[in-house]
Design a protein around this ligand. Sequence first.
Ligand SMILES: Cc1ncc(COP(=O)(O)O)c(C=O)c1O
Ligand SMILES: O=C(O)CC[SeH]
Length: 432
Amino acid sequence: HWGHSFGHLSDENYANDARIYMDYNATTPMDPEVVEAVTVAMREAWGNPSSSYLPAVKARDIINQARESISRMVGGKPEDIIFTSGGTEANNLVLHTAVTHFWQSRVAAGREELNSTHHNDTAALPHLIISNVEHDSIRLPTQHLQQEGRAEVTCVAVSKATGRVEAEDVVAAIRPNTCLVSIMMANNETGVVMPIKEICQRVRAVNKQRPQPRILLHSDAAQAIGKIRVDARDMGVDYLTVVGHKFYGPRAGALYVNGPGVASPLHPMLFGGGQERNFRPGTENTAMIAGLGKAAELVNTHLSEYESHLWDIRGYLEERLLAVFGADKIRFNSRFPGSDRLPNTCNVSILGSGLVGRRVLATCRRVLASVGAACHSGQVDRPSCVLLSCGIPEDAARNALRLSVGRSTSRQDVDAVVEDLKETVDVLERMN
Ligand SMILES: Cc1ncc(COP(=O)(O)O)c(C=O)c1O
Ligand SMILES: O=C(O)CC[SeH]
């Protein structure tokens, strides 16, 4: 299987390309058609898209086509798409926009002079609402803004019964100075899908009843795109984050903005040569944008096929885990009655002392997976905060494995992974 072979890496851990990749929520390989699109753009569309000669025209055409494919993938219009370097930049751009929007709303309301100095009046700070299970590219910038005294932040806790952020809890957190609600569309560790449409409906109703500032609505759709249907307009978000390397695209991203600078504010973090209508200047990364557009095109064409394959393979994985380990030995951490979840994510704990997730994965001969977010892989001594926030018992959270399947994962791969896990658990339990 092309998608998860690591045979080309020299490290002895990867020399044996019988390794089986089960960490598609961390990142995905580029689809061969995406690699081709990137290569062709590098070779034939190297011109500066702002120039007038042929290579530039070709570059502009590629960028415009990519913009159209991405807009179709997320249910928007081409002019709603702003290219970024990735999801982290897109998320930070939303937070920067919301803070700026807050201050501009206050000036517009005549409640503050433009050069006001009492920005540190806590009653007048922008208030941001996020969930307590957001990715670090939302969690840490909001934490930074709070520590710098530039914003107030409420982290709404997910329900321990549903694993979701509930709309009523978001609405209950709204204050007069709230200017942004940002809730991820699906969690990268549990795969639980959040009720974004309901949250947006409830917050929009609050917006209708109150003066400025309008509460802006954002969802980080990094983990949802390419796995389930994502329709920004139907959900009612003002902003939606797109992350290429989660849906077999390149390490590039985009921000969907419902009418940037018109229906929805968008304030640049960077200033420069005017690209992206001055919302995100810098000479366009044509090759990466070409790849992002091709990845979006593939989703537009094949999403239902992808989704049904992921459901089938993840279902088979959980069926085999149950058959091999038995109900008393494992705990499925992604299953919350009544909550939707991504079709590819299986967060599972193999119960028992000495079966800490990191130790199990380090002992496995073939499985390449994770115990949680890749950007938390350095946290060797404690269970995932996300799982604990979802009410997963600490002993189970400590033993959690995040298995996320992909488009090329086969039932044969699943059999091999479950066998590897069983052999590993037997070895570790004999050692105890
Ligand atoms: C939910 C989520 N949001 C944002 C990001 C950040 O995207 P990027 O790695 O492109 O900065 C990731 C993955 O890395 C993610 O899983
Ligand atoms: O691994 C993940 O969940 C995404 C990158 Se931090």
